[in-house]
Design a protein. Structure first.
Lengths: 371, 371
């Protein structure tokens, strides 16, 4: 193969404080060594992609024209993102497609014509050059659409379970549990016999997870939330939570309910129970401040959780076991659902942006760069 | 010795929601086995004692009469303290005094006439029965006043250093750094060559710590706080903080400044730096909510820290080494300062209560139960 032309989405924060998102052409050189060129056929728009693509830019008051978006960025955010000013950044953590060119290395050549998934970044593009050694080869009967979300959500859900074991807990609380990730975690924990408390934000989501066989589903929008949560924690013994929301009082309410369960029937201790209560914040669906009332004693911890540092922190054989499970359960445990499929061009239109950037649970978009 | 009469302070949350704090008499039986009876000569009123003694009771609108306080307790706090309703609880974590009676065991008999310090609870009393094996025998030339605070602050300050080593950090940030505890930590870290960032709340406190030889003192009440903090973090490389305040934005501001230092000159990463940033909240000088703006990436953790669980988590020889150091540096590194000395009776008067319960840094009271 000689040089190949490809279109991709770039995001640039300009010196003047405006964010420019645009479709741009690039020339891909012929691959060498272990490199392969993937014809990207499907790539999910994940919340983590939106953070880079738009961040807190004002998309209501942006200009949309001809494959371009120009949006004002709030002053405070500009300071926080000073390090990206002037850099045209490719977007799209993960995706799947067909290998159309390969370097001379045997492992690259072996992939020619295969459907693969990868988490190389820059996947909101028609073609992408990636390292052959970092991909998952999809099963023969799997489509690129089925493999598009094979990395981030599946490994995150499996990572929660591994973290639970590492930290010595026996059950998990999960917020935004109706998400694709939440549904995967539900299926994993059912298969593995791990108690799971699903926290959702509407009665419709309660019904959906109950239909999927979830035992403990509590609705944070309901009046009985505090009591329902406490009952579910008591039934499961969960002392570990993973939270996708970040902002607001929810993490603190979970820790408080855990503390109530731990101190039920115990003597009064002004320092609280000895029960080790841990919450990890892995997302920012609400970018507002986390509010901790600290009505949960002194035996607690809240921290950030990210997939890639986690993967680096565990043994290679654990990661390999996780990837094997994703491959073999790709269309069952790890099946993803999308609200809509959209082309690169349409992804930059006002209606589409305002819809998928709202990050409503269960409303994920799938990019089809050749659609 | 036959039975002995003693006066002590008790705190009771009544069914009707009123908190009663009172001086009450008790009969101490003659000690047996390893027990000894201590004539309590000095006991500090620590913030942790105030949490049990009064909690969030409304002391402005309390009745004070004849060694009694009757104060309304806010509704929310009553629910949180349901487990203590109806129990008359003794108060006073630690103190020092003379051993005046002992059980027949050799280790108890050996202490007769000695001046000892202990952390037995119930030390706001004239006499207290404690286990001989749990005390520190003070050096011959040390007074009970010098030994009254030999446990909580010294072991907490040493515990911060041990925690730093265990968690793999190399420097410490400390808030409310002008406190007795903060002064001890300053002396320890100077002796041990550990960089320390002292955060205080007034120019007078800056001057005091500078006079004591502190290198990095930043004033959270000053306009330049954010810049000063960042400079001190850069100079020390501190990625670990201990916070006595709890409520408000300070912990988040410290983590944000640590993140700024870690990402200075690095490529933009929307997940933040890989620098592991840890804050422990060990006090609650501000009982309001902790506000975390999460402008510090995903590599962070905030948790509770308590002395006794910490001591239980480390090897016995570490605790013994810590206690030996307290004994040998009792009147230097671990010297405490008090704003006032006060009798049991006077400690329950309105003026005294409103003063020492304000928990102003450097305004600690020392109870003299025979004063």
């Amino acid at each position: 193969m000689s040089e190949m032309r490809s279109r991709r989405i770039l995001t640039t924060l300009q010196e003047d404080g405006r964010l420019v998102v645009e479709l741009a052409e690039e020339n891909l050189p012929a691959p060498t060594g272990h490199d392969i060129v993937v014809r990207v056929e499907a790539a999910p728009i994940n919340p983590s992609d939106l953070a880079l693509l738009f961040g807190p830019a004002d998309l209501e008051n942006a200009e949309y024209f001809d494959g371009h978006i120009i949006a004002p960025m709030p002053e405070g955010a500009r300071r926080a993102m000073a390090a990206r000013v002037g850099q045209a950044m490719p977007v799209g953590n993960e995706g799947a497609g067909t290998v159309v060119a390969a370097g001379e290395a045997a492992d690259a050549q072996a992939l020619l014509g295969k459907t693969i998934a990868c988490v190389a970044g820059g996947m909101f593009a028609q073609y992408r050059t990636v390292d052959a050694r970092s991909v998952i080869v999809l099963p023969d009967d799997a489509t690129a659409e089925q493999g598009a979300s094979a990395f981030v959500n599946p490994l995150t859900a499996l990572g929660f379970v591994e973290t639970m074991k590492r930290d010595g807990h026996n059950a998990i609380v999960h917020t935004a549990a109706a998400s694709n990730l939440g549904q995967m975690l539900l299926r994993i924990t059912k298969d593995d016999g791990i108690p799971l408390v699903n926290i959702v934000r509407s009665p419709a989501q309660v019904a959906m997870l109950k239909d999927m066989g979830a035992e403990h589903v509590v609705d944070s929008s309901s009046e009985g939330f505090a009591q329902d949560l406490k009952a579910a924690l008591k039934a499961t013994g969960a002392t570990l939570a993973f939270d996708a929301i970040g902002g607001g009082p929810l993490v603190g309410r979970i820790l408080h309910a855990m503390e109530q369960v731990a101190s039920d029937g115990q003597d009064y201790n002004r320092y609280g129970s000895n029960s080790r209560k841990q919450a990890y914040i892995y997302g920012a669906l609400d970018t507002g401040p986390t509010i901790l009332n600290r009505n949960f004693g002194f035996s607690w911890s809240v921290g950030g959780w990210l997939l890639f540092p986690f993967l680096q922190s565990v043994d290679a054989h654990v990661v390999e076991r996780m990837r094997d499970r994703v491959r073999s359960e790709l269309t069952t445990t790890f099946a993803s659902h999308y609200k809509a499929r959209i082309s690169l061009e349409d992804a930059l239109t006002r209606d589409a942006v305002l819809t998928y950037n709202a990050r409503r649970t269960g409303q994920k978009y799938l990019l089809l760069p050749h659609g």
